[in-house]
Design a protein around this ligand. Structure first.
Ligand SMILES: Cc1cc2nc3c(=O)[nH]c(=O)nc-3n(C[C@H](O)[C@H](O)[C@H](O)COP(=O)(O)OP(=O)(O)OC[C@H]3O[C@@H](n4cnc5c(N)ncnc54)[C@H](O)[C@@H]3O)c2cc1C
Length: 209
């Protein structure tokens, strides 16, 4: 730990997952239960019909469906706007940059190290990964474009500066990769799991009549 740290708070319930494997396992399970996986299939149009919805994939293929679950992450508001005139939230993309350290540094930290969180979030962490690599980051920076996935000199420098408050001699010379991701920060300050606003109103008036 860094010399300036006098005491810490233990958070034994903190867990690290291997997110790709979680996603593969969830998809395997869905396929076993009858789901069909379509890769490279971008929803480009969405129309409400009497029976449900008509979806256009990659500007060509049309599908009919009774229901749609919008789980498009940072693009969820754009998808919602295809059929909703009034979307209750907006996604403001917030970039996070990371260093990935080689597996050789396995054991450099035994636990996820957090600083004291601020208004901006959890702050820069040191995170031992399932396969022995260590992640150091992320930054937190609002960006204009969702596709802004480049790392930046100022972002990576700020990670080095902040991480050194947690641990000394972090082996940044063992960096094998840096990357950036976009968080889907919503203006709706909570989880948003609900039916389409327009259809909800229709349902309510049906119930009232
Ligand atoms: C830097 C950073 C740090 C994070 N740290 C943590 C953390 O410590 N702990 C934690 O729990 N979470 C963390 N998160 C958040 C976590 O990664 C997200 O909450 C999670 O990935 C969201 O999953 P999702 O399935 O909702 O969306 P996504 O994983 O974004 O999936 C949305 C999918 O929809 C697809 N899609 C979009 N538009 C269309 C379209 N038109 N047609 C077809 N498909 C489309 C996309 O291609 C994508 O595959 C972090 C995220 C970032 C970026």
């Amino acid at each position: 730990l860094a010399d300036g740290i006098l005491m810490g708070l233990s958070l034994p319930q903190t867990k690290v997952t291997y997110p790709w494997e979680v996603a593969f396992a969830a998809m395997d399970n869905a396929i076993m239960n009858g789901a069909k996986l379509m890769l490279n299939a971008k929803l480009t149009e969405l129309v409400k019909t009497d029976e449900g919805f008509e979806v256009t994939i990659n500007h060509k293929k049309k599908l009919k469906t009774k229901a749609i679950i919008n789980a498009a992450g940072a693009f969820a508001d754009q998808i919602a706007r295809l059929i909703e005139s009034q979307v209750e939230y907006e996604i403001t993309p917030r970039r996070g940059e990371y260093f990935v350290l080689d597996k050789k540094v396995k054991g450099f930290v035994q636990h996820v190290l957090y600083p004291i969180p601020s208004k901006k979030g959890k702050g820069v962490l040191i995170v031992p990964q399932v396969h022995g690599n260590i992640l150091v980051g992320p930054t937190s920076e609002f960006v204009k474009e969702i596709e802004t996935l480049k790392t930046t000199r100022h972002g990576l420098d700020s990670i080095k500066r902040d991480a050194q408050l947690l641990a000394k001699n972090i082996p940044f010379d063992q960096t094998i990769r840096t990357f950036a991701g976009i968080r889907a920060t919503s203006t709706y300050k909570d989880f948003y799991i609900t039916s389409i606003l327009k259809l909800r109103k229709k349902l309510l008036s049906t119930l009232l009549v």
